[in-house]
Design a protein around this ligand. Structure first.
Ligand SMILES: C[S@@+](CC[C@H](N)C(=O)[O-])C[C@H]1O[C@@H](n2cnc3c(N)ncnc32)[C@H](O)[C@@H]1O
Length: 259
């Protein structure tokens, strides 16, 4: 997970900066993993509180943890926060794994304060379809298929961003996708580790042999190998303030006066 964070943290940070992060914001990161984004949020919001949640918080280091960063074990599908608590809620590569992701999104939107922002980032597998490297394309698509089968993940969910956010009443919505090269990069390392972790399934379900996997590993660790990996598809949107909400209401219809 560290390699994944290394590959995508700059994208996430850039996206949050563009939302206009303020020093007094209260922020929530759902499914923090190794906690690097929550840690960064805490340094950006010294006058606010930052909460990092995960099912397993053991990967978030205690050493050097800012005093305004609280780390809690929390299952977004079961546990809750009070309505209107946060100026920013972000979550990366988590919602795609939740079985009832649409209902979870509706629940999480209610935790936003009026004017608060939601930033969701989930996987887009589309860079693989057009890969010019047959083995890389085959192994990469097999990785996505195994992960889908193992965890019930939906990697197509992000393809219709940000409609899901608008459907939940968020405004000023936007969408952006980024993808990184694999040749000798943190993304390449993360992708190799993922493949090695599920090597038995790749072999059993897709006939990807140890020799195939070794070639794949050499490719993604080779700085002269050019290809793209998964995209991070980001959607953001803002909970309307009362003023903005009133603007969305239709003007009252005038009842014609009888003569
Ligand atoms: C693929 S990792 C992504 C970690 C981190 N957000 C990142 O992008 O580096 C998914 C994370 O979501 C967490 N997670 C999965 N289901 C969750 C749930 N129901 N509630 C909270 N966290 C969850 C997992 O424990 C894991 O740390």
């Amino acid at each position: 997970m560290t390699a994944l964070a290394e590959a995508f943290d700059q994208d996430t940070i850039h996206r949050i900066e563009r939302l206009g992060i303020q020093s007094d914001w209260n922020c929530l990161e759902i499914g923090s993993g190794v906690g690097t984004i929550a840690h960064w949020l805490a340094t950006q919001c010294p006058h606010g509180e930052v909460i990092a949640t995960d099912l397993d918080t053991s990967l978030i280091p205690e050493e050097g943890r800012p005093s305004n960063l609280q780390v809690i074990t929390h299952d977004v599908t079961v546990d809750a926060f009070p309505e209107g608590s946060f100026n920013l809620i972000c979550s990366r590569f988590v919602f795609e794994h939740l079985i009832d992701r649409d209902a979870m999104l509706a629940k999480v939107v209610r935790w936003l304060a009026p004017g608060g922002w939601l930033l969701l980032e989930d996987t887009g597998p589309f860079p693989f379809d057009s890969s010019p490297n047959p083995l890389y394309r085959r192994v990469s698509k097999a990785i996505m298929a195994v992960a889908t089968k193992r965890m019930g993940s939906d990697y197509e969910w992000s393809r219709s961003f940000p409609a899901q956010l608008r459907a939940n009443g968020l405004i000023h919505t936007g969408v952006h996708a980024s993808s990184h090269g694999v040749g000798g990069t943190p993304m390449g390392r993360a992708w190799r580790l993922t493949a090695e972790h599920i090597a038995a399934d790749l072999d059993e379900q897709f006939g990807i042999t140890a020799a195939d996997l070794a070639t794949f590993a050499n490719q993604v660790e080779d700085p002269s190998f050019d290809d793209l990996c998964i995209a991070s598809v980001a959607a953001w949107g803002q909970r309307p303030t009362l003023r903005e909400y009133l603007k969305t209401l239709k003007p009252p219809t005038r009842v014609p006066q009888g003569n």
